[in-house]
Design a protein around this ligand. Structure first.
Ligand code: ITT
Ligand code: NA
Length: 179
C-alpha cells in the first residue's frame, strides 16, 4: 500500500487505474509556495507529508500545471488558483482570440518512504479549445490532443497519453524495480 496525498479525486482515480499497488488517498495540506516550480513543490510536499503523517508506508504527491504558450506559460504553477477563481471557461476566453493556442500539461510526482526521495515527470502537448466533453476533471474540457479533449476520453484512454499517465508509468516502473 502507498499513500497519495491529494484533495483531488480525479488524480486518485487515475493513479488507481495505473499503479500495481493499493493507493490510499490522504488529505493533508502541505505547503505550496506558488512562486516555486512543480519539482520544488512536490519534493518538499512529499517529505513534509511523510514526516507529519507517519512512516507506515511510502507517500507520494502530484503537482500539475497547464502552461499556455500565448500567455507566457500562465496559469502554470497558479493553475489550481486560476481554476477556482476565473474558471476554465474564462481561461478559454483569454486564449480564444490568439492565433497560437498551443498548451502543455506537466505533472511532477514525488515519492518518499523515509529513505528514497524520487521524482517522476510527464508532459503532453495540445491546444486550448472551447469546452467539450463530460469526463475527466479540471482543465480537461478545454485541452485538446489529437482531435479529442481530455474530457472526451475514458480514464484509461487519458492515462495512455497524458502528462500524469507518463509520470505514473515511470513511477510504476521504479516501484517494480524495488521489489
Ligand atoms: P492537490 O494539490 O491536492 O493534489 P489540486 O487539484 O490542487 O490537488 P494541482 O495543484 O496539481 O492539484 O492542480 C492544478 C490545477 O490543474 C487544478 O485546478 C487541477 O484541477 C488541474 N489539473 C490537475 N491535473 C489535471 C488533469 O489531469 N487534467 C485537467 N486538469 C488538471
Ligand atoms: Na494543489
Amino acid at each position: 500500500m502507498i499513500r497519495f496525498v491529494t484533495g483531488n479525486e480525479g488524480k486518485v482515480a487515475e493513479a488507481r487505474e495505473y499503479l500495481p499497488t493499493e493507493v490510499e488517498q490522504v488529505e493533508y495540506d502541505y505547503a505550496e509556495v506558488q512562486s516555486d516550480d512543480l519539482e520544488t513543490i512536490v519534493r518538499r510536499g512529499a517529505r513534509e507529508a511523510y514526516e507529519e503523517l507517519g512512516a507506515e508506508s511510502g507517500i507520494f504527491v502530484d503537482d500539475t500545471g497547464l502552461f499556455v504558450e500565448a500567455l507566457d506559460g500562465f496559469p502554470g504553477p497558479y493553475s489550481a488558483y486560476v481554476e477556482d477563481t476565473l474558471g476554465i471557461e474564462r481561461v478559454w476566453e483569454l486564449v480564444e482570440n490568439e492565433s497560437n493556442r498551443k498548451a502543455a500539461f506537466r505533472t511532477v510526482l514525488a515519492y518518499y518512504d523515509g529513505d528514497d526521495l524520487v521524482t517522476f515527470e510527464g508532459s503532453v502537448r495540445g491546444r486550448i479549445v472551447a469546452p467539450r466533453g463530460e469526463d475527466g476533471f479540471g482543465y480537461d474540457p478545454i485541452f485538446e490532443h489529437d482531435g479529442s479533449t481530455f474530457a472526451e476520453l475514458s480514464t484509461e484512454e487519458k492515462n495512455a497519453i497524458s502528462h500524469r499517465g507518463r509520470a505514473l508509468a515511470a513511477f510504476a516502473d521504479w516501484l517494480a524495480e524495488q521489489e
